[in-house]
Design a protein around this ligand. Structure first.
Ligand code: NCD
Length: 304
């Protein structure tokens, strides 16, 4: 099995991933050195910028005793010579046991999975999906809050282009949470996601007013305006700092609000928020290692 989107994951699969991540914590937290992946190779193919995702995939594999081979930028690989994703997937399957791929084209991870002989993990396909981030976001909320049931969760920012917000929203449909999408008209949550939520009978609210969204909020998930997905620089400049959250604003609504962000943050989270107890975006990063360890193990043992 490959992991391309969070849309089709069942609650049973989700629980298995969360439990496995929990089991992996001692290894992710550097308390124990793992050997369970000895002799296995992860290939990381990143054709778009990344710091956290690639490094945390590689950390996850290395701390489980496995090895990593990687293509760190598109210009240094055969894609630059015109090789197709299909051929790249066929070739890398001959070297590695599992592949994590990030590519600017939506649908690229699915295409790779169609031609690879080993499991593919989508590490971000354009504005499409980013399943491992969505999973680590759920893991973080559960860990920080103890339960998901009844939480008021606000997703804000560039909900049209943010692949992490979409992947997270699909997953949140499995829990009894109340969803609010805070975005201006031109960056509203993707139609594909809202259609899915309606089909699943999950109610959600959409607003462009910060105070309305944050009233009663337990969790704020902020995202960056995705500059690289705008064809019009002027439009990006108009929207880039449309929502900026700072300490005073959060404390006005709920001093213990959990604040998450997939990072990198640009304008949307002021640094004075870092001292707020609910600012969990750096703890969220550590959870990324446990989740990716869990996914690599489950996919390689065909137990998902
Ligand atoms: C996100 C991404 O690449 O989509 N970053 C990440 O993987 N943590 C979010 C972003 O780039 O804004």
């Amino acid at each position: 099995m490959s992991l391309i989107t969070t849309k089709n994951l069942s609650k049973k699969q989700l629980d298995a991933i969360m439990n496995k991540a929990q089991e992996m914590e001692p290894y992710a937290q550097k308390k124990q050195a793992g050997t369970m992946m000895k002799g296995r190779i992860l290939a990381t193919l990143f054709y778009e910028p990344s710091t956290r995702t690639r490094l945390s995939f590689e950390t996850a594999m290395l701390r489980m005793g496995g090895s990593v081979i990687s293509v760190a930028d598109a210009d240094s690989s055969s894609l630059a010579k015109g090789e197709t994703i299909a051929d790249t997937a066929r070739v890398v399957s001959r070297y590695a046991d599992i592949i994590a791929i990030r590519h600017p084209k939506e649908g690229s991870a699915r295409e790779a999975a169609d031609y690879a002989d080993v499991p593919i993990i989508n590490a971000g396909d354009g504005a499409g999906d980013h399943p491992t981030q969505g999973l680590l976001d759920v893991y973080t909320i559960q860990k920080e809050k103890g339960t998901m049931e009844g939480l008021n969760i606000v997703l804000s920012g560039d909900l049209t282009h943010s692949r992490t917000a979409g992947s997270l929203a699909y997953l949140l449909a499995h829990y009894g949470v109340n969803l609010t999408f805070l975005a201006p008209e031109s960056m509203r949550m993707k139609e594909e996601v809202t259609t899915f939520l309606r089909e699943k009978g999950v109610s959600y609210t959409e607003t462009d007013d910060t105070d309305t969204a944050l009233r009663n909020a337990d969790v704020l998930y902020a995202t960056r305006v995705q500059r690289e997905r705008f064809s019009n620089q002027k439009e990006y400049d108009r929207l880039k700092d449309r929502f900026v959250f700072n300490k005073a604003l959060i404390e006005k609504h709920n001093a213990s609000m959990l604040i998450l962000h997939p990072l990198p943050r640009v304008y949307e989270l002021s640094t004075d928020l870092d001292e707020v107890p609910g600012a969990a975006y750096f703890r969220q990063v550590s959870n990324g290692v446990s989740i990716r360890m869990a996914l690599i193990s489950l996919l390689l043992s065909s137990s998902l």
